[in-house]
Write a protein that binds this ligand. Structure first.
Ligand code: SAM
Ligand code: SF4
Length: 331
């Protein structure tokens, strides 16, 4: 099946699914979750079989790209077997993964063998103490060894993701770009989103726009807007003389909803139609009430698209409207 059967009421063709395979994580990034966050009971989390069943239904409906995320997807037991099965689904062009990098040194080769084609690694700082403050774990060296491991393997793309908080790590954007270039990696800078209530910092106070970062980087590199589009919130720039690109993910300063091509499956099996809204369909209940009814599952996915809102409304000055954390949602 080549054409997507998933078209939303605003005419957007949905061919990209992000799956959060767990809400658990071995880090506690300050912008993502508090130290004493409560995780979902295991029975509420989709089993790996259920995840593969949903991924299968999506590919039958024309989904071409699946990104596995979390929480930390690589701490989920037996994740490699599930990845292998998803990578083989007919019609799927790309299986990608977003990770904090802590397991990449030992799992990089297995991920490649399983059929993962691209890896995004989160890296917000190159300073050990700052890393320990931002992630609440002293694991910078382990993550850097992981990035070295995967950058030496023939993945189609390695991309670093850095959430930039003014006054915390904005002084490192140039060093992060240099590090990415030295490791044949692209890099995206992300504006923090108001997902979940956190206690570490006031989000409005640390906000720094992508445009500010881009102007600063333009003092060191010649950047020109790239044609490349992923249908998502990233805008990419070519760097003169380099193969890699710099991306900016700007949910506040640049609205990206009109070209949105994606939906998200949460760790507890809710199909979330928009990152910035609560509209969702409970696919887990549908599957557990009607085991092995793949026709009903596909029908439910098609019907859920009617719930996809036109756009999100993030506002840093207000209390978070979205109480779920990025970790449960699948960032
Ligand atoms: N644990 C993996 C990781 O850190 O890459 C995957 C899940 S994490 C939720 C996915 C991405 O979301 C990471 O790049 C992380 O930096 C980003 N993220 C988490 N909370 C965020 C927030 N409030 N605003 C913007 N990005 C956020
Ligand atoms: Fe874990 Fe990723 Fe959230 Fe950091 S951003 S706490 S690594 S899920």
């Amino acid at each position: 099946m080549s054409d997507s059967k998933l078209i939303d009421p605003f005419g957007r063709n949905i061919d990209y699914l992000r799956i959060s395979v767990t809400d658990r994580c071995d880090f506690r990034c300050t912008y993502c979750m508090d130290e004493d966050v409560e995780f979902l009971p295991r029975r509420d989390i989709l089993s790996l079989e259920e995840i593969v069943q949903i991924a299968t239904a999506f590919t039958q409906l024309g989904t071409r790209k699946i990104r596995i995320t979390g929480g930390e997807p690589l701490v989920r037991k037996n994740i490699l077997q599930a990845l292998e099965q998803i990578a083989k689904l007919p019609g799927l062009d790309e299986l990608t993964i977003t990770t904090n990098g802590s397991q990449l040194e030992k799992m990089g080769q297995d991920l490649f063998n399983a059929g993962v084609s691209r890896i995004n690694v989160s890296l917000d700082t190159l300073k050990r103490e700052r890393f320990a403050e931002l992630t609440r774990r002293d694991k910078l060296d382990q993550v850097l060894r992981g990035i070295e491991t995967v950058s030496a393997l023939p993945f189609q793309q390695i991309k670093l993701n850095a959430v930039i908080l003014g006054g915390h790590n904005d002084d490192e954007v140039e060093d992060l770009v240099r590090y990415a270039l030295a490791h044949n990696a692209d890099i995206s800078f992300i504006e923090e989103m108001p997902l979940g209530v956190i206690s570490h910092h006031d989000r409005a106070k640390v906000y720094i726009s992508s445009d500010t970062l881009r102007e600063r980087l333009s003092e060191h590199w010649q950047l020109s807007a790239s044609e490349r589009s992923t249908g998502g919130p990233s805008r990419y720039y070519d760097i003169a003389g380099e193969r890699q690109q710099i991306g900016f993910i700007s949910p506040h300063s640049h609205n990206f909803c009109s070209t949105c091509n994606r939906v998200r499956l949460t760790a507890e099996g809710r199909l979330l139609l928009c990152l910035g809204n609560e509209h969702s369909m409970d696919l887990k209940s549908i599957m557990r009430d009607n085991p092995n009814d793949d026709v009903l599952l596909r029908q439910s996915i098609i019907e859920s698209l009617a719930l996809k809102p036109e756009k999100h409304h993030f506002n840093l000055e207000e209390e978070p409207q979205i109480l779920r954390f990025m970790s449960a949602t699948g960032g």
